[in-house]
Design a binder for this molecule. Structure first.
Ligand SMILES: Nc1ncnc2c1ncn2[C@@H]1O[C@H](COP(=O)(O)OP(=O)(O)O)[C@@H](O)[C@H]1O
Ligand SMILES: [Mg+2]
Length: 318
């Protein structure tokens, strides 16, 4: 399958008063067209920063220091504002954790949809746009009548579905979903993930599903990337991540999910917390927490190598 996105050596910094946050450190990453890629790791690992970088929507003072991001042959890092406007929403869309902060309480749902469509196409006919919005709501399993309601009249799960419809209304090819289910209860979360799988097929989407919860991506993801401390730790087919996790960090994450059993030395809990990215540890960023750390891990950063179908950045496999 062709790659829709190719990221080469991306480094993103947040210069702050006490130093520089190295939020994404020399990350190379490829997405295949039509796949669901799970992006997992504990809070503070750089997942959202990577997601926002792809849309060039980093919050200040974030900056892309180096690297390339080829999307359909064009380098997003070097795009001007005009080209970025054509990219955002239209080709690449993003949804977030909390739909209430993204929906305007003063506007009805239909107004949200119309505004999104008119912003990108001023010549669109209103009736045509409304028809599109109605059919989108049907795809979302929501009665088109609800277009006339205000955000507060809808449940949390429904608002999140409305949000994903807004993200998809311009037919983007890539959807970045950043912790989209964190605000939902487990039943609604499961329904939302089902819907996402359905929409992925209907619209032939490529999806980056960002979550701190590996269990969330088990059903949906074709491949999984595990991120730690601004670095890629491991990437493989989803089944391979669960059946044969190689990086000690991946193993730690897995053993913190109930009902998943590992046959090797178990890390029941992972002691410690993600590193301070202003002063990251030398060598492998994971070494202070790693049960299998060796001397080399304290001084040299492990390169990502291919091993048994996984891409893994760990000296155990280099
Ligand atoms: N606007 C910002 N200013 C300063 N530091 C930031 C900002 N946004 C994120 N960071 C830092 O970048 C690192 C990665 O954060 P983030 O990408 O949000 O991680 P994740 O999404 O995995 O939780 C963290 O150390 C975080 O504190
Ligand atoms: Mg985040």
């Amino acid at each position: 399958m062709a790659n829709i996105l190719e990221i080469n050596n991306l480094t993103v910094h947040f210069p702050i008063n006490i130093g520089t946050v190295r939020a994404v450190d020399d990350v190379s990453w490829q997405l295949r067209e039509g796949e669901v890629m799970g992006l997992v790791g504990e809070s503070g690992c750089g997942k959202s920063t990577l997601g926002f970088s792809i849309l060039r929507l980093l919050r200040p003072p974030g900056e892309i220091v180096s690297g390339q991001m080829f999307f359909q042959g064009r380098d997003i890092v070097r795009m001007g504002e005009k080209e970025l406007l054509g990219l955002r929403g239209r080709k690449i869309a993003m949804i977030f954790q909390d739909p209430l902060t993204s929906l305007n309480p003063l506007f009805r749902i239909d107004q949200h949809y119309l505004e999104t469509m008119f912003t990108h196409d001023r010549h669109l006919k209103k009736e045509q746009a409304l028809e599109k919005a109605r059919s989108m709501l049907e795809s979302l399993g929501i009665s088109p009548d609800r277009l006339l309601e205000y955000p507060h009249q809808l449940s949390g799960g429904m608002r999140q579905r409305i949000m994903i419809g807004l993200a998809l209304i311009l037919n983007p090819q890539l959807l970045i979903a950043d912790e989209p289910t964190t605000a939902l209860d487990v039943i609604v979360e499961a329904q939302f993930l089902d819907l996402l799988a359905h929409l992925q097929k209907q619209f032939n989407l490529t999806i980056i599903l960002i979550t701190h919860n590996l269990g969330n991506v088990a059903q949906l993801a074709d491949r999984i990337t595990v991120m730690y401390g601004g670095n890629m730790a491991e990437m493989a087919e989803a089944g391979a991540i669960f059946a044969n996790p190689m990086h000690p960090y991946t193993r730690g994450l897995l053993s913190s999910i109930p009902n998943i059993k590992l046959d090797q030395p178990k890390l029941q809990t992972m002691p410690g917390s993600p590193p301070d990215l202003v002063n990251p540890p030398p060598g492998c960023v994971f070494h202070p927490r790693c049960p299998r750390a060796m001397d080399i891990c304290r001084t040299r950063k492990p390169p990502a190598v291919e091993k048994d179908g996984h891409l893994v950045a760990c000296w155990l496999f280099s």
